[in-house]
Design a protein around this ligand. Structure first.
Ligand code: NAD
Ligand code: MG
Length: 386
């Protein structure tokens, strides 16, 4: 095994995945890229494999296996396809850290395999903790596995508590940009288009998280993610809208002191910190200039108009399986919105109806998550109709 840190990137062709490859390319003496995977984008996966020469690649879409295999056959790169292969490649002895940068529920199973194999997790795929935070954190504890956050807000919290692990957190504030519809009334929200929803003011991200940001579901998912990552109660987590996205989140300690982590919005920084912790490597990322931001402003989120945030708080309060059902409903709803089958406000309505359709299961096991995810998706699809 080499001295370098072996990395597997699940979802290397996405927004986080491609930025992670930039980070890895900047430190060739530190990182050893072992595994890259994609859902459907075979062309980019092949291009990345030819450039980075990983040990293995996985294409999720089995129809494209032959294409990838043929393109890489004489490059000494193992090519696999399908969901099971994702679970196996993360277990390789050469892999030290698994960056989970795939989107949605699909991240859960490979993350469980990676934790069981003792791999460090750099977690971008927040849905894994939303769906099964209880199971994942218990498993990580049992296996002595660290989960380092990639999500910018959670990385901010993590950066604020480094060196403070013995000091209890009183409260955290997750900042939210407010998205493209900040300040909209319920009436104004009725008529918004897909194109408007896809225009995030500060971040360029994958389609699903961009819509989640516009509906404040992303902040709801992040509240649940924070609960599990930092072992907090619902009352200790607050959301504050900060349209400039410079303060990435804040921690308040028991003496009342607050720490914030700041910087220009650039996901490469939290990705890099998760991969190099406890070290900070020198970068040439653009530096913050105070004169460009003479005012940093803060306001309360409008929880009456953006109902997803309250739904997430409810899921967090009630514990059990609700967050899993909420996540499944939301994945179906966002997909339907992206395909112009439902309107923007119908996303939160659908989420609420689906969550209300099921009784909670406390202390769920893995099978409970699988069944609840399946049932919630089925219900959401039925409600949308054709
Ligand atoms: P994306 O849509 O740009 O990329 C997703 C990646 O996962 C792609 O490589 C895709 O091929 C792969 N993928 C999708 N579905 C798959 C499946 N079923 N099986 C296997 N692979 C699959 O998404 P993204 O914006 O990079 O986000 C990835 C994750 O990181 C999400 O959970 C998101 O919430 C989180 N996150 C993203 C950002 C960001 O700035 N983009 C910030 C914070 C957190
Ligand atoms: Mg975030």
């Amino acid at each position: 095994m080499s001295d370098k840190k072996g990395i597997a990137i699940l979802g290397s062709t996405g927004s986080i995945g491609t930025q992670a490859l930039e980070v890895i390319a900047a430190y060739p003496n530190y990182f050893d890229l072992q595994v890259i995977t994609a859902g459907k984008n075979a062309d980019l996966l092949i291009e990345q494999a030819l450039k980075f020469h990983p040990n293995s690649v996985v294409i999720g879409d089995e129809m494209q296996y032959t294409k990838v295999k043929e393109a890489l056959w004489d490059h000494d790169i193992h090519v696999y396809c399908g969901e099971e292969a994702l679970c196996q490649v993360v277990e390789s002895t050469e892999v030290h850290t698994v960056l989970t940068a795939l989107v949605g529920y699909a991240g859960l199973k490979p993350t469980i395999h990676a934790i069981n194999a003792g791999k460090t997790i750099a977690l971008a795929n927040k849905e894994t903790l939303v769906v099964a935070g209880e199971l994942i954190t218990r498993l990580a504890k049992e296996k002595g596995v660290n989960i380092y956050p990639v999500d910018s807000e959670h990385s901010a919290i993590f950066q604020c508590i480094v060196g403070e692990f013995h000091n209890p957190i009183e409260k955290i504030y997750l900042t939210a940009s407010g998205g493209p519809f900040r300040g909209y009334s319920a009436e104004q929200l009725q008529g918004v288009s897909l194109e408007q929803a896809l225009k995030h003011p500060n971040w360029s991200m994958g389609a699903k998280i961009t819509i989640d940001s516009a509906s404040l579901m992303n902040k709801g998912l992040e509240v649940i993610e924070a609960k599990w990552l930092f072992g907090l109660k619902a009352e200790q987590i607050d959301v504050i809208v900060h349209p400039q996205s410079i303060v990435h989140s804040l921690v308040q300690f028991e003496d009342g002191s607050m720490k914030a982590q700041m910087g220009l919005p650039d996901m490469k920084l939290p990705i890099q910190f998760a991969l190099t912790y406890p070290n900070r490597f020198k970068t040439d990322f653009q530096r913050f200039n105070f004169m460009d931001y003479p005012q940093l402003t803060f306001e309360s989120p409008d929880r009456k108009v953006f109902k997803n945030l309250d739904l997430a708080y409810r899921a967090m309060h009630e514990n059990g399986i609700i967050a899993c059902s909420l996540n499944a409903a939301n994945e179906v709803a966002v997909d339907a919105f992206l395909n112009k089958k439902i309107s923007f406000i119908e996303i939160a309505q659908l989420n609420e109806t689906v969550v209300n359709s099921f009784t909670n299961i406390l202390n769920p096991n893995y099978e409970d998550y699988v069944i609840s995810d399946f049932n919630a998706r089925k219900k959401a699809i039925e409600l949308i109709g054709n």
